[in-house]
Write a new protein. Structure first.
Length: 113
């Protein structure tokens, strides 16, 4: 059974950084074999796309996070990361990882002074 577990969230001041992790287990072909994406959902809002990394390693970002966030992966660890720099209050959300339409429980990111 495939499991997706996000971690790394927390409380950070504006301008700060966090690195989120998405650990995938229970699959023969891991994060190196499929696209994996990060999404986020703020209270009262719809879930929105943040970033994705394709099987070939191509990366795509939402305009709102471009040049601030970086998605990467470690195939050996079956983990996808989201490095978030220059965080803003509007980045406050629960962040979710999507691997083959399997979602984790999310990790809360709060940006506040």
């Amino acid at each position: 059974q495939v499991q997706v577990v996000e971690s790394g969230g927390g409380l950070v001041r504006p301008g700060g950084s966090l690195r989120l992790s998405c650990a995938v287990s229970g699959t023969t072909f891991g994060v190196g074999g499929y696209a994996t994406g990060w999404y986020r959902q703020a209270p009262g809002k719809q879930r929105e796309f943040v970033a994705t990394i394709s099987r070939e390693g191509h990366v795509y970002y939402a305009d709102s996070v471009k040049d601030r966030f970086t998605i990467s992966r470690d195939n050996a660890k079956n983990t996808v990361y989201l490095q978030m720099d220059s965080l803003k209050a509007e980045d406050t959300s629960v962040y979710y990882c999507d691997f083959r339409n399997i979602w984790g429980q999310g990790t809360q990111v709060t940006v506040s002074s």
